[in-house]
Design a protein around this ligand. Structure first.
Ligand code: C2E
Ligand code: CA
Ligand code: CA
Length: 685
């Protein structure tokens, strides 16, 4: 690069030889002649000449030619040696040494006064540049300069972008006139002031981090709120770049008004979270707030209540005044409820005609009832809609929180209570009644009990034999979860699984059963297999394949001996990731079985697309066969046919008698399990 900073011009894009001059605004505006040349090389690669690829207007004037005649011409031809020494030699020297070479440029005979007096040759990015200096008289230069300035003001004043040059301390050195129109500031009032004083305090860190930091000299792609002269804020986005060298500044900020975009986005965001009729938070937002309040309340001893408020008699209003009238009534009541509660954020819109109110920090349920009474009174005042007088009323259900309650359960309980209030004659409130409350309480206690049982290791895997119909020999076992409580009562999965699933405890149970089942399998003869149930929640765990592999390794059991059972219904919802997990385990040799086959949705396509090794006919088929149901018989025959066609293993469940075993065998079922062969029990090898 040339050492003279004034010559640090932006590198031109490589112009093709013979490309027309012009089209380089910065170079075209130079008051001095300028040529850009590319080296021409001989066979040996040595430079034989330089060919002109670009000439600015002044260069054309100097040479008295049209651009077409200069572009493509050789340096030797443009400047015969008798005029300016051997220009080619100077150019070659500059090009090869990578330095600027200055040579006197006496001009040509007959040239006009004011012709250039010095010529500088320097290389730039594989090109040779020729720049004459002293071409113009000072007056002429001044005229050109003021012309440039005028154009610049025209551009800066009318451009919609805001351009700000700041120094290394972020003080404003220069700001475009557009600041007046965009933000209402007059440019001189800003010069010398810290730029950050105009950035919203919440955005300053980001502005410094992403754009103006010393290291990341690059684009600032974010949004900044910039202070307007009227003390409001304008959202702007744009870029930050290092200022051109020699300009005295450190950064140039180029910002654009994106307020419209930001406003539209905010409106869109608002509409996703707020009901259009009332402006209240929609159900999922209200649920989120209940969740947050429950988290805050945990351990404080205070009470929280959720109110479900239903509009009484909305249907006749809709019928008489159309839905628009109904919406007006809902909007009126929303306003009344918000005023009665005093905090809009505590009120949300549920489904249909339901409002949701969240009350926290209550001393007792009576306090919730007192607030409900206030809402009832506020809603009761008559209104006129579409010229029709209406006496609106609402019914309110109240559910108070107990430790460990879930938001949607609270809301559901409140809705149940609201329906009770309606059943009691409307225009009143109801607390979740005793029976409902007891049930809800029991549910909660039960979840806590399961959790305790897991901690106390009261859960265990019991084993049910699976036999080969043909030989009657046990080929393996299915591990089934059992909960033996401290009082000795055995609790079956039917009782605890629904609750464990709702509370996300099923994954822990599945892991426990898997581990125990594999330890037991490791003590059984090598030819026996172990079937383990996998719930949909467990199947969806990203670390499931890893946990299975670890359990197999810990027990020292070969993967082919493990059968994983997953229900047809769980298979319907598999995502691509889960599919890959299933494949991954199958790839290790583990065999997948479809459980409760015949009861879920059609899964024939899954049988083809997933690595399924076998089917387990649901117990309901066997019991229907017991009752000689011919349709079931035909269906079971068809299902075994499907399995045979796909070369899958088959297991018929729920075999309780020898007749059933014979019938299933005659249909072609290969394996069976059921009380006829043995109930689930602990297995001591
Ligand atoms: P399943 O996987 O279809 O297991 C078979 C169920 O049918 C077992 O009930 C078993 O005791 C019962 N059964 C087997 N043969 C007969 C029979 O001849 N007659 C009658 N009446 N019943 C029979 P169980 O142990 O109550 O398990 C119920 C369901 O709970 C299982 O159905 C399975 O879906 C689920 N389950 C059991 N253990 C686990 C587990 O560890 N994890 C998961 N995710 N689910 C499990
Ligand atoms: Ca099963
Ligand atoms: Ca089953």
């Amino acid at each position: 690069m040339p050492e003279d900073p004034a010559l640090s011009l932006p590198e031109p894009p490589p112009p093709a030889a013979g490309a027309p001059a012009g089209g380089q605004p910065v170079l075209d505006a130079l008051p001095d002649p300028f040529l850009l040349l590319r080296p021409e090389r001989g066979v040996a690669g040595t430079i034989t000449d330089f060919i002109c690829t670009y000439a600015n207007g002044e260069a054309c004037r100097l040479h008295g030619h049209q651009p077409e005649r200069i572009v493509g011409a050789r340096l030797r031809d443009l400047h015969p040696s008798h005029c300016a020494g051997d220009l080619f030699e100077h150019g070659l020297r500059a090009f090869e040494a990578g330095q600027t070479v200055a040579v006197p440029a006496p001009g040509r005979p007959g040239e006009a006064p004011g012709a250039p007096r010095a010529l500088r040759l320097f290389p730039a990015g594989g090109w040779l540049c020729c720049l004459w200096s002293g071409a113009s008289e000072p007056a002429d230069l001044r005229r050109r300069l003021s012309e440039l300035e005028r154009r610049h003001h025209l551009l800066a004043g009318h451009a919609s972008d805001l351009v700000i040059e700041v120094d290394a301390d972020h003080r404003i050195l220069w700001v475009s006139e557009s600041v007046q129109k965009l933000l209402g500031w007059s440019p001189p009032a800003l010069v010398g002031r810290p730029a950050m004083a105009f950035v919203h305090s919440d955005d300053r860190c980001r502005a410094l981090r992403t754009g103006l930091g010393p290291r990341d000299r690059g684009r600032f792609e974010g949004e900044l709120r910039i202070r307007r002269a009227d003390d409001g804020w304008c959202s702007m986005g744009g870029s930050v770049r290092p200022a051109p060298e020699g300009s005295g500044g450190a950064w140039v900020l180029c910002l654009r008004d994106i307020q419209d975009r930001v406003t539209i986005r905010a409106e869109l965001d608002h509409s996703q979270h707020h009901d259009t009729v009332t402006g209240l938070a929609v159900r999922h937002v209200a649920l989120g707030r209940i969740r947050e309040a429950l988290d805050r309340q945990a351990g404080t001893g205070s009470m929280l209540a959720v109110l479900s408020i239903g509009v009484d008699g909305l249907t006749p209003v809709n019928d008489a005044l159309t839905h628009a009238g109904g919406d007006q009534l809902i909007a009126f009541l929303a306003g009344r409820i918000v005023r009665a509660i005093g905090e809009p954020d505590r009120v949300g819109r549920g489904t249909g005609d339901e409002f949701i109110v969240l009350l926290s920090d209550l001393a007792s349920a009576a306090e919730a009832a007192h607030r409900a009474e206030r809402i009832l009174t506020a809603c009761r005042a008559p209104i006129t809609i579409g010229g029709q007088p209406i006496d609106p009323t609402v019914s309110i259900g109240i559910a108070t929180s107990a430790a460990g309650a879930l938001p949607d359960e609270l809301l559901r309980d409140a809705s149940l209570a609201m329906r009770q209030a309606k059943a009691r004659g409307r225009n009143c409130f109801a607390l979740l009644d005793d029976a409902l409350a007891t049930e809800a309480h029991t549910r909660l206690l039960f979840a806590a009990e399961i959790q305790r049982g897991l901690v106390m290791e009261e859960f265990a895997a019991w084993f049910m034999p699976i036999v080969c119909f043909e030989t009657g020999e046990v080929t393996g076992y299915e591990a089934l979860a059992r909960w033996v409580r401290p009082d000795g009562i055995e609790v079956g999965p039917a009782e605890f699984l629904p609750c464990a699933e709702r509370r996300g405890l099923i994954v822990r149970i599945d892991r426990l059963v898997l581990r125990q089942a594999l330890v037991t399998l490791s003590r059984l003869p090598d030819e026996l297999t172990m079937a383990v149930n996998v719930s949909a929640a467990t199947l969806a765990q990203p670390d499931h394949p890893q946990l299975v592999a670890e359990a197999l390794e810990a027990a020292g059991v070969s993967p082919e001996r493990l059968h994983l059972e997953v229900t047809e219904t769980a298979l319907v919802t598999v995502t691509e990731r889960i599919r890959q997990q299933i494949q991954q385990l199958a790839g290790r040799g583990i065999r997948w079985y479809v459980d409760d086959f015949g009861t879920g949705y059609s899964s024939i396509s899954h049988l083809r697309d997933l690595p399924i090794a076998g089917l387990k006919l649901d117990r309901s088929f066997t019991s229907a066969m017991r009752a000689k149901d011919t349709k079931t018989l035909r269906l079971s025959q068809a299902l075994v046919g499907v399995a045979e066609g796909l070369e899958l293993d088959t297991v018929a469940e729920g075999v309780e008698t020898i007749e059933e075993a014979r019938l299933l065998t005659s249909q072609g079922w290969l394996h069976g399990q059921g009380w006829f062969y043995g109930k689930a029990a602990p297995l001591e090898p």
